[in-house]
Ligand binder design. Structure first.
Ligand SMILES: [Zn+2]
Ligand SMILES: [Zn+2]
Length: 159
């Protein structure tokens, strides 16, 4: 997915969830490290961390986009747009945006995360500890899990 396709996706989500147009740019910004996305007050563009798509897929990407669109539309309509504001919380709940971005792999950090994936439905699981794979199964479909990676990372906020 390139920036043009990303912007198109943001436009579609904006119409569908907010019934308002998104008239600015959405950009994959790989310099974002600990955040999933960022709305820029000055020029109204939205940065999205490409790792969200790489590691979690489309559903998680949409959650992050909705979160940023909550900032966007509240700001542009002159309402309180900060996380703490009631307007933001209400709109986020109505539209189903992510409150927090999922953990993203980040090098040079202490915390380790073990990544497992269901062999049947491909759902990913992130755990601090190694799992005994004879005892754990996928919470969604009951399939067997496979260990696919070990990440070092920190907690991420959506901002
Ligand atoms: Zn599964
Ligand atoms: Zn935010």
């Amino acid at each position: 997915m390139d920036n043009q396709a990303l912007t198109k996706l943001v436009q579609n989500i904006s119409q569908e969830k907010f019934q308002r147009p998104f008239k600015h740019q959405a950009i994959f910004n790989s310099r974002l490290r600990t955040t999933g996305g960022r709305y820029h007050l000055a020029d109204h563009h939205i940065d999205i961390n490409p790792k969200i798509l790489t590691y979690y897929g489309q559903a998680e990407l949409i959650g992050v986009i909705i979160h940023e669109l909550c900032h966007y539309h509240l700001h542009l309509t002159g309402q309180p747009y900060q996380h703490q504001s009631q307007a933001f919380r209400r709109l986020l709940a109505q539209t189903g945006g992510s409150r927090y971005a999922p953990p993203l792999p980040k090098t040079n950090h202490q915390q380790k995360v073990e990544v497992y994936q269901c062999r049947q439905c491909q759902r990913k699981y992130f755990r601090q500890r190694k799992l005994n794979l004879d005892r754990y199964a996928c919470g969604r479909c009951g399939g067997k899990l496979t260990h696919i990676a070990t990440y070092r990372q920190s907690k991420n906020k959506v901002s």
